[in-house]
Design a protein around this ligand. Structure first.
Ligand code: ADP
Ligand code: MG
Length: 358
């Protein structure tokens, strides 16, 4: 396994697109630690597959370098990089049996026969296809074929990294959970460097130790699930992660307070200064908004209350600004209420980026 260094990577698919400054990756400069489990999370079209293919060698970046440990691999083929990649749709040999498909990458590498047998048997169990081991892949269902693809990616132990591009798209929801747990288990046992692409926050947050959030061709934050939740570095992370996402309230600054629709909200003293001329927003997670009796907080108009099982989402307006609160279901909701914010959980954004704390 290897540390993967992405050194000032930019990518445009054609010279024309580059000329028009239309880069699929605008600038990515980051390092994946050896043995880490990472998720690349972001909406469709933000550049996840492009970045993964640059790591694997299917694409050569327009600018920048890829390094595995201290070796520059930018110009090396996927085979020479020695990585395993699992795609969104099955890539298998239809005429081979399940067992032969799993053995294939090992045979190619001239692994001794008894070890092949042992590894294949182990992988068959992990992907739940023991009973179909000797069936031809052709006759299997789409999700069984995808399990073979996963198995083929995971069966080798000598790879530098294993890359997954939305591998569970065609798998049914229950099985998704099971396979994800199996991937986590494999990571725990063998500490391989794994990079897992998804647009699904639940998948990213449950799989990865570190989540790399991408937006419009850039990495906007790398963090643990807790860090992404509590201190989103960019308003996009606040909005994209969480359900509902972070409240973002346009505000003006006035002597240590944020002014939202004419109401003053005191900021934590540790929030640093903001240069003049920036667009400022106050960010607060719905989980840190509470309802208090009228007169004790900031007056809002409650529009709607949605029941979502153990919690309720209150949709309200502070002047013209919409905001949500998430409350326990047993909390009473007064017809007329004010809101209060957990002050330590207030985040201030200037031109979409988090204002650092002192
Ligand atoms: P994601 O995997 O996050 O959905 P992609 O990496 O596939 O995003 O795409 C990033 C951007 O690059 C998108 O705007 C997409 O339209 C563009 N793109 C992807 N593949 C090609 C290609 N072969 N030629 C031109 N543009 C492409
Ligand atoms: Mg993609």
């Amino acid at each position: 396994m290897a540390r993967i260094r992405l050194d000032h990577i930019r990518h445009a698919y054609t010279p024309e697109l580059a000329k028009a400054d239309n880069y699929a990756l605008r600038e990515v400069d980051t390092t994946f630690a050896d043995g880490g489990a990472y998720a690349l999370l972001g909406p469709s079209g933000c550049g996840k597959t492009t970045l993964l293919n640059i790591i694997s060698g299917l694409l050569t970046p327009s600018n920048g370098h890829v390094r595995f440990d201290d070796t520059d691999v930018t110009m090396l083929t996927p085979e020479a990089r020695n990585i395993a990649q699992v795609f969104q749709f099955p890539v298998i040999y239809d005429t081979m049996t399940v067992r032969e498909n799993l053995a294939f990458p090992l045979k190619n590498r001239k692994v001794p026969a008894d070890e092949i047998q042992r590894r294949v048997a182990d992988m068959l169990r992990r992907i739940g296809l023991e009973k179909k081991a000797d069936r031809k892949a052709r006759g299997l269902t789409a999700d069984e074929k995808q399990k073979i693809s996963l198995g083929r990616g995971l069966v080798r132990s000598d790879v530098n990294a294993i890359l997954f591009d939305e591998p569970l798209t065609v798998i049914d929801p229950h099985m998704k959970w099971q396979l994800r747990s199996e991937l986590k288990q494999l990571h725990r046992e063998f500490q391989m460097t794994m990079v897992y692409v998804t647009h699904d926050q639940t998948e990213a947050l449950t799989f990865a130790d570190k989540v790399v959030v991408m937006y419009a061709g850039e990495v906007v934050q790398i963090g643990t699930p807790e860090e992404l939740f509590e201190r989103p570095q960019h308003t996009f992370v606040g909005y994209f992660i969480g359900s509902p996402g972070m409240n973002l309230l346009p505000c003006a600054l006035e002597g240590g307070a944020a002014v939202v629709s004419g109401q003053r909200i005191a900021l934590p003293a540790s929030i640093g200064p903001v240069a003049a001329g920036k667009t400022t927003e106050l960010g607060i997670r719905p989980e840190f908004v509470s309802l208090v009796p009228r007169g004790q907080g900031i007056p809002v108009q409650i529009d709607k209350v949605e029941d979502i099982g153990s919690e309720r989402i209150v949709r309200a307006r502070l002047g013209d600004t919409r905001l949500s609160a998430v409350l326990d279901e047993d909390r009473e909701i007064p017809a007329e209420a004010d809101v209060a914010f957990t002050q330590e959980q207030l985040n201030l954004y200037a031109d979409s980026w988090l204002v650092a704390r002192r």
